[in-house]
Ligand binder design. Structure first.
Ligand SMILES: [Mn+2]
Length: 328
């Protein structure tokens, strides 16, 4: 889960981003060599933001033993993503400083770029690790309001043979008390995750009674029927992007979990092999898929990153969760 957001608009901030990446790599249990490689990836991605993106943001986090780095800019974009992935290619004319080294050192690199609409690069580093990794199912960015340590948002995921259930909560307001509410909601979700979406929302509503409350939403992807069942209370946005590029926005009822739940209702949406995305109101809902060709074919973290980059309000906790809706 990505939790740190560093602006990179001048060279000293590349160094700051590198320090954050080193710290996160150590947190993920990387050995000295792997920490050094992570630092190199951070330096190159940060330098690219300055050189090709006109500045941008480097986002960092840890999911299990995986280090996640997102580089986001609103620059001119790449005309040819494949060429930029090749060693030695650099649009600024510095050989060997493009994405080639990032690709060599990272386990996975995913790139999205549109001319005039900037570039997003997602690198996953997990030295020596093999097999499925934590975070493989769902990808997330969760960044507290600027100046706050605690995050009043939360999310969690449950998987079983039949499908996947994704839960998102936005504790009322922000700061410590919002985090207390969000944590109570997550704890209750974990106890109730096997139930229907309406049962889960009902249980979480009860479980948040002693907190200041918040907005919650649950989406259950059923592999067999290729549908998503959704129930929401309050202001959590959710949508399915179909492989054909359509967006189905899901409906929540008004209310505040923990205090006011007049109506808890499930809605069903067909999903196919697309992407489910859910986000709190720290991210605006004004995004349109037509602005980003082939959005539904992106890696889910790139989708999350682009929504964060272009629609984060910057004055609230911001959380966006994205996962594939096809059976893994
Ligand atoms: Mn909020």
């Amino acid at each position: 889960m990505i939790t740190i957001d560093i602006a990179v608009t001048e060279p000293t901030q590349v160094a700051e981003a590198r320090r954050s990446v080193v710290q996160a790599a150590q947190e993920a249990g990387f050995d000295e060599t792997a920490v050094g490689q992570a630092a190199l990836v951070a330096t190159e991605l940060g330098t690219n933001l300055l050189k090709h993106g006109g500045g941008g943001r480097l986002l960092v986090g840890v999911a299990g033993s995986v280090l996640e780095i997102l580089a986001l800019d609103k620059g001119p974009g790449m005309a040819d993503v494949d060429a930029c992935m090749a060693d030695g290619y650099s649009t600024a004319g510095t050989p060997g400083n493009g994405l080639g080294a990032v690709r060599r050192l990272a386990k996975e690199v995913h790139v999205a770029s549109w001319p005039g609409r900037g570039t997003a690069v997602f690198a996953r580093l997990c030295p020596g690790a093999a097999g499925p990794q934590e975070g493989e199912g769902g990808f997330s960015i969760q960044v507290p309001k600027p100046g706050e340590q605690a995050c009043g948002d939360g999310w969690a995921m449950h998987e079983d043979d039949g499908g996947r259930t994704v839960f998102v909560v936005d504790g009322l307001g922000h700061g410590t008390e919002a985090a207390v509410a969000a944590n109570a909601a997550i704890a209750q979700f974990r106890r109730s995750a096997g139930g229907s979406v309406t049962d889960i929302v009902q249980a979480v509503h009860q479980g948040m009674r002693h907190t200041r409350g918040g907005a919650v939403a649950v989406a259950r992807i059923e592999w067999e029927s290729a549908t998503v069942a959704f129930a929401g209370l309050g202001n959590i946005a959710a949508a399915v992007l179909t492989p054909q590029g359509q967006v189905r926005r899901m409906v929540s009822h008004n209310g505040t979990a923990g205090h006011n739940a007049r109506k808890i209702q499930a809605f069903d949406y067909p999903c196919g092999e697309g992407i489910l995305v859910m986000h709190t109101d720290g991210i605006g809902t004004g995004w349109k898929p037509d602005d980003y060709p082939a959005l539904a074919r992106l890696h889910p973290m790139l989708l999350a990153g682009i929504l964060y980059r272009d629609f984060s309000r910057g004055r609230d906790d911001a959380t966006v969760v994205a996962c594939r809706t096809g059976r893994p």
